[in-house]
Design a protein around this ligand. Structure first.
Ligand code: HEC
Ligand code: HEC
Ligand code: HEC
Ligand code: HEC
Ligand code: HEC
Ligand code: HEC
Ligand code: HEC
Length: 329
């Protein structure tokens, strides 16, 4: 556990996070847009935030006519700033939750409340076509986590309903994006309590399991878990098929090579301009040095020309020598 903490703080340092958030909070939110955003449901949501927005809440116990103060458990705290920076910031709490939650104590039956799925709202909608929701659902159903659906696994487990925001698509800071996306996985994979809600497996020590990877902290700050653990799919912007562990990427040159898989995943949204002509791996070179990536097609061609040029000269030389020998006979 201690080593995990060290590693995580290292990742945090390396990620040069300017937001000052801990890795566990899934919100390296650009605070700017939460400041300018004003929800039409601000006053509606205050009804919930007054209890769910912080660690303490208050209510009147009507039976004894007293004000009571209590602690809100951390899993039920919704950071207001992160909510108003998230994809679904324009929502009212009661768009997704029953209106009856206004009452406290909440009715026990509400616990059985059916929740919407992503696809209930996003399916078949032109406006969201570029995200390929339908294909993502298909991939998710093939992923290794899907078998835990009955235990409660769902899209919401990685996409926190109150804080999730798209990152890699609009990324201006790749390191922050990597830290954000990895925090999604580490939310369970470095927190055994969350993990145990879904599985009876013994704790998986992530650091130990990746000991074969040199410079682990550096790698985890520069690539995402999904780079190695998902099956690459050209049709979907973010691949969602987490493969069984045996199929994870292990070969160094899958990344450290000219045809790095990172070009199709992590660097996918980077400007196409960067990829054309000459040093087409310029992105990798700029963002981070990757061994073997710094090749130039023209230089490659030139070396071939020189190589064959030399062969031809040697061949000509031999031919002339043979002729000369024959002449002298
Ligand atoms: C007076 C304080 C208070 C207010 C106001 C309040 N809640 Fe709660 N809420 C709680 C507490 C305490 C719990 C945990 C205990 C429980 O489940 O009753 C909780 C639990 C919940 C849960 C989780 C239930 C579960 O399945 O475990 C949801 C969802 C929820 N509240 C939504 C809301 C929404 C939406 C609003 C606003 C419309 C709201 N709450 C307003 C105090 C409050
Ligand atoms: C886009 C839909 C959506 C909106 C908007 C939304 N919630 Fe939720 N909320 C959910 C879902 C889905 C879950 C169950 C998450 C899960 O199963 O992991 C949930 C769970 C909860 C819980 C239980 C604790 C937890 O995180 O699992 C509380 C408390 C809660 N919501 C309160 C609120 C409050 C307060 C607001 C408004 C500020 C709000 N929700 C807005 C979808 C939403
Ligand atoms: C209750 C309906 C509803 C549910 C459930 C829902 N969404 Fe949304 N989502 C929306 C709407 C409506 C918007 C547009 C919000 C806006 O423009 O302010 C949106 C916005 C988004 C965006 C940003 C799109 C953009 O172009 O800005 C993403 C990404 C997204 N949702 C992903 C998801 C994911 C992933 C899930 C499930 C984990 C999900 N949504 C669940 C209704 C929903
Ligand atoms: C195991 C974790 C995990 C699960 C489960 C998961 N996602 Fe994702 N999803 C991610 C990560 C990581 C990203 C990248 C986030 C980013 O940087 O924007 C992502 C991104 C997305 C995006 C945005 C892609 C884009 O083009 O910008 C959508 C839409 C999405 N997921 C939908 C879903 C839906 C629908 C489900 C359920 C069927 C789901 N996800 C389940 C981890 C997950
Ligand atoms: C460079 C590629 C790479 C990266 C990056 C990577 N992994 Fe892995 N991971 C692997 C390989 C390969 C294995 C299989 C190891 C084995 O067979 O023992 C593995 C194994 C695992 C396992 C299964 C362990 C077990 O024995 O049950 C989990 C869980 C896991 N990784 C999670 C993660 C998480 C979370 C991250 C991000 C913080 C991550 N991985 C980043 C390549 C990677
Ligand atoms: C909500 C919690 C949760 C989240 C979030 C989560 N996982 Fe898992 N993951 C689990 C659990 C629980 C298991 C163990 C499943 C089992 O019992 O075999 C698991 C298993 C795995 C395995 C091992 C599969 C095998 O073959 O044994 C890999 C690899 C993995 N997860 C990668 C990831 C990656 C990558 C992410 C982020 C994109 C992620 N997980 C996010 C809970 C989670
Ligand atoms: C998923 C892609 C991926 C895989 C697989 C991978 N690496 Fe890396 N590696 C990277 C990236 C990206 C960096 C860039 C880090 C940086 O900014 O210097 C890196 C950096 C390094 C560095 C440090 C270079 C420096 O500038 O200090 C070494 C050494 C290294 N990798 C060796 C390996 C070895 C050995 C393997 C196989 C066991 C491996 N890597 C597998 C992506 C990968």
């Amino acid at each position: 556990m201690f080593r995990i903490i060290i590693l995580l703080s290292l990742i945090n340092l390396l990620s040069l996070s300017t937001s000052g958030n801990s890795l566990y909070k899934s919100g390296n939110d650009k605070v700017k847009d939460s400041v300018t955003f004003v929800s039409r449901f601000e006053s509606d949501n205050i009804r919930c935030f007054k209890c769910h927005g912080q660690e303490k809440y208050e209510y009147t116990n009507e039976t004894v006519g007293k004000q009571v103060r209590d602690m809100m458990c951390s899993e039920r705290i919704i950071p207001k700033k992160e909510f108003y920076a998230s994809n679904h910031r324009s929502f009212s709490c009661t768009d997704c939750h029953s209106e009856q939650y206004v009452k406290f104590p909440h009715s026990g039956e509400l616990r059985m409340e059916q929740k919407f799925n992503c696809i209930d709202c996003h399916g078949g909608d032109e406006k969201f076509a570029k995200y390929h929701f339908e294909e993502i659902v298909t991939e998710y159903q093939k992923s290794t986590h899907f078998k835990m659906e009955d235990e409660g696994f769902s899209c919401w487990k990685c996409h926190n309903p109150h804080t999730y925001k798209i990152t890699v698509r609009n990324s201006t800071n790749l390191k922050e994006t990597i830290a954000y996306d990895n925090a999604i996985c580490l939310n369970c994979h470095s927190d055994y309590s969350r993990f145990q809600l879904l599985s009876d497996k013994a704790e998986i020590n992530i650091i130990q399991k990746h000991e074969w990877l040199p410079n682990q902290a550096l790698h985890f700050a520069n690539v995402r878990c999904i780079e190695c653990h998902t099956k690459y799919d050209n049709n979907i912007p973010v691949s969602h098929q987490i493969m069984p562990k045996g199929d994870a990427v292990r070969l160094c040159n899958e990344c450290h090579s000219k045809n790095s898989i990172l070009m199709a995943s992590l660097y996918k949204f980077e400007s196409k301009e960067h990829r054309r002509y000459g040093f087409f791996n310029g992105i990798i070179l700029n963002a981070s040095y990757v061994i073997g990536a710094n090749r130039n097609e023209y230089l490659n061609l030139l070396s071939l020309v020189i190589f064959f040029g030399v062969i031809i000269i040697i061949a000509l030389h031999i031919i002339f020598r043979i002729r000369e020998i024959n002449k002298n006979k």
